[in-house]
Write a protein of this length. Structure first.
Length: 394
């Protein structure tokens, strides 16, 4: 297939977006050996880098859309070729020409939904706080300790709403003073940016930043590692700095400070999946494990690929919105790894991971084999167990 954009343009755009790093590649192929795609199909980041260096990228092909930005190959590349930045640069060229292969077509409606309603799920802005119904959650005020920013999936998705609700119940038990922004909250913009839509990212980021400033927000609690990453590492591009805390960190902080007591038992064998944007991208590996280890009766087992080597769920860089045929889903492999480790429950801390794992659980008919949980759901169950039995472990 012919390139839509000409050689010169592709080379120039890549250069603007970190193209010099591309040139450092010496074609060792290490990226291909660690990329999760090569567990399910043949895929070569090395080839993408090679073609881009010479402006030979076929921007209509699906290959440039496959990278989930899992962070494995940048972590291992001996020449610091910033593969994720570079692949996003290629997507920016494709987005400019609206050159979307069929698997990527959903991006069009995602964009329309973000533009109209501030979320990618085609849900109404007015309903953004409906998940909190009956919980007595207040709108954020300046004198509160922290802003809770649940993000799009926990706000609207029926499965993920349970995570937002569990988070609120825990915060209330720990006596945290917190509030939400409700319909003033917008998608953080992390994933749409990774699809190459810089304009949409800037618009969402500016809207959120204005709201944070208008409300006097200083500390923000997030459920999603994607919100965490973009607020912490990308929003400072707009010369603003908020203190960002992921729920796994906050739970650890509350337990350490003696504000959250988990006296109940949770006598199950579980395994913890490191979300890419919590682990590899932000180095948060210990806090979730520490939190889980404080629960009496809980046995934590590790899967085959863990911590820095954790297998991606497949949902990053906008892939959560793209159709992935059966046989190509990383999440299927992850569930098998969890079962092989002897776990009864696969616990994680990311809305995208939970979405993909729940889908795999259905398609793999693992209903009676494995449960998928967010870390907040495990904590809440352990707390509630004490309340129900009245038993407190010494
Ligand atoms: S690991 Fe780095 S240097 Fe090696 S082929 Fe991949 S991009 Fe090039
Ligand atoms: S970042 Fe992850 S998914 Fe993307 S090419 Fe590298 S290893 Fe593959």
């Amino acid at each position: 297939m012919e390139n839509i954009a000409d050689y010169k343009e592709i080379v120039e755009v890549i250069k603007e977006q970190g193209g010099d790093a591309f040139k450092r590649c010496f074609q060792c192929g290490l990226c291909d050996t660690v990329c999760p795609w090569n567990k399910v199909i043949t895929f070569s980041m090395r080839k993408i880098v090679r073609e881009a260096t010479f402006g030979m990228t076929d921007i209509e092909a699906e290959d440039i859309w496959r990278c989930t930005s899992c962070g494995k190959c940048p972590q291992r590349c001996p020449r610091d070729v910033r593969q994720i930045d570079s692949v996003i640069a290629l997507r920016r060229v494709a987005t400019e020409y609206m050159a979307f292969p069929s698997a990527v077509q959903p991006i069009r409606s995602i964009r329309a939904s973000l533009l109209a309603e501030g979320n990618p799920l085609n849900e109404k802005r007015e309903d953004r706080a409906a998940w909190a119904e009956g919980l007595g959650v207040k709108p954020f005020e300046q004198d509160m300790e922290i802003l809770y920013f649940p993000g799009c999936y926990p706000s609207y998705d029926p499965r993920l709403k349970k995570v937002a609700r569990a988070t609120v119940e825990i915060l209330k038990k720990a006596g945290v003073s917190f509030g939400i922004l409700g319909k003033e909250e917008n998608c953080c913009g992390e994933s749409i940016r990774k699809t190459g839509d810089e304009e949409m990212f800037i618009s969402l980021a500016k809207a959120n930043i204005k709201t944070f400033i208008d409300h006097g927000v200083k500390r923000i609690l997030v459920s999603s590692p994607h919100c965490y990453h973009t607020f912490k590492n990308e929003y400072p591009e707009f010369m603003v700095h908020f203190e960002i805390v992921h729920i796994t960190q906050f739970l650890f902080e509350l337990i350490e400070a003696g504000r959250l007591k988990i006296d109940g038992k949770f006598a199950k064998k579980i395994t913890y999946h490191d979300p890419c944007y919590l682990g590899r991208h932000n180095g948060i590996y210990d806090e979730p494990r520490e939190v889980l280890s404080r629960i009496d009766g809980l046995e934590l087992v590790e899967m085959a690929e863990t911590r820095e080597d954790a297998l991606c769920c497949g949902g990053g860089a906008g892939r959560i919105w793209m159709e992935v045929p059966k046989g190509e889903r990383f999440s299927d492999i992850r569930l098998k790894q969890a079962v092989d480790a002897g776990a009864e429950e696969l616990v994680t801390a990311c809305p995208y991971c939970i979405t993909n794992f729940e889908d795999s659980r259905i398609t793999m008919e693992y209903d009676d084999v494995l449960k998928i949980k967010d870390i907040t759901e495990v904590i809440l169950e352990a707390i509630k167990e004490t309340e129900e039995t009245g038993e407190v472990n010494a």
